[in-house]
Design a protein around this ligand. Structure first.
Ligand code: ZN
Length: 241
């Protein structure tokens, strides 16, 4: 079985289309989505429709929940809060019902999905380093736990009581180890690389790969400006920050 794991699309249809085009050449059996389909970008409706069309089991992100009143936007910085309010005005009741029904965690086969962390998934805490990864390692019952939220791809590894991280983008999984994999962000990367980020996992070859694809940043930026969203949301896409 070969999965594609998508995260933090954030209403960026150009980025999502580029990822889909790249994945159509990859013999993917199933798509999974780590949440934050909406927020920041100008095409939340279209991105929800695309994720639904892919048949991707999806967990809720803080922006998905904020757009339907399940997460308090006082936790957001002013720019993110403005984007949430814009999103509320620009998605349908049908879209809102879909976002409201997203679960916080999802498990199938040897993998788990959660947007932030398995401890208090409804609080959307960040896993940024080994100390913050430990609780999720303790709580996960599967070999792999995929996360999003920080918009920076990362791989944390546990082998017994030993924890480490790796900057490698391609990994052959070791049966003695378990993994937390941050799938980065499709629609608003923040690791200094503006290209859309996604992950492919194959449980037959036991290989996992973090991949990048370029997309039409200019078009996504122009839509953000035209929509009246904060300009910084357009500018940051060019630098991946
Ligand atoms: Zn996000």
């Amino acid at each position: 079985m070969r999965w594609a794991i998508l995260s933090d699309i954030h209403g960026n249809l150009e980025a999502l289309e580029a990822v889909k085009a790249a994945l159509f050449k990859e013999r993917i059996d199933k798509y999974l989505c780590l949440g934050d389909i909406v927020g920041y970008g100008a095409n939340p409706r279209e991105c929800i429709a695309e994720v639904r069309n892919l048949g991707a089991p999806t967990v809720a992100g803080n922006h998905d929940w904020a757009a339907v009143g399940l997460f308090d936007i006082t936790y957001f910085n002013p720019t993110a809060g403005m984007a949430v309010l814009w999103t509320v005005q620009n998605i349908s009741e049908h879209d809102k019902a879909y976002l409201k029904n997203l679960e916080l965690t999802y498990q199938e086969d040897d993998l788990t999905l959660v947007h932030g962390s398995l401890n208090n998934p409804e609080k959307f805490e960040y896993i940024l380093d080994i100390p913050s990864a430990k609780k999720t390692f303790e709580l996960t019952q599967t070999k792999l736990c995929f996360i999003g939220h920080s918009h920076s791809p990362a791989i944390f590894i546990r082998e017994g009581d030993n924890y480490s991280s790796t900057a490698r983008l391609k990994l052959k999984l070791d049966p003695k180890q378990s993994y937390i994999v941050n799938a980065g962000s499709i629609g608003q990367p923040r690791d200094g690389n503006p290209r859309a980020c996604f992950v492919i996992y194959d449980n037959e070859t036991n290989e996992l790969e973090i991949k990048r694809v370029a997309y039409d940043v200019g078009s996504a930026q122009a839509k953000i400006i035209k929509a009246g969203l904060p300009h910084i949301l357009a500018e940051r896409l060019a630098t991946g920050r």
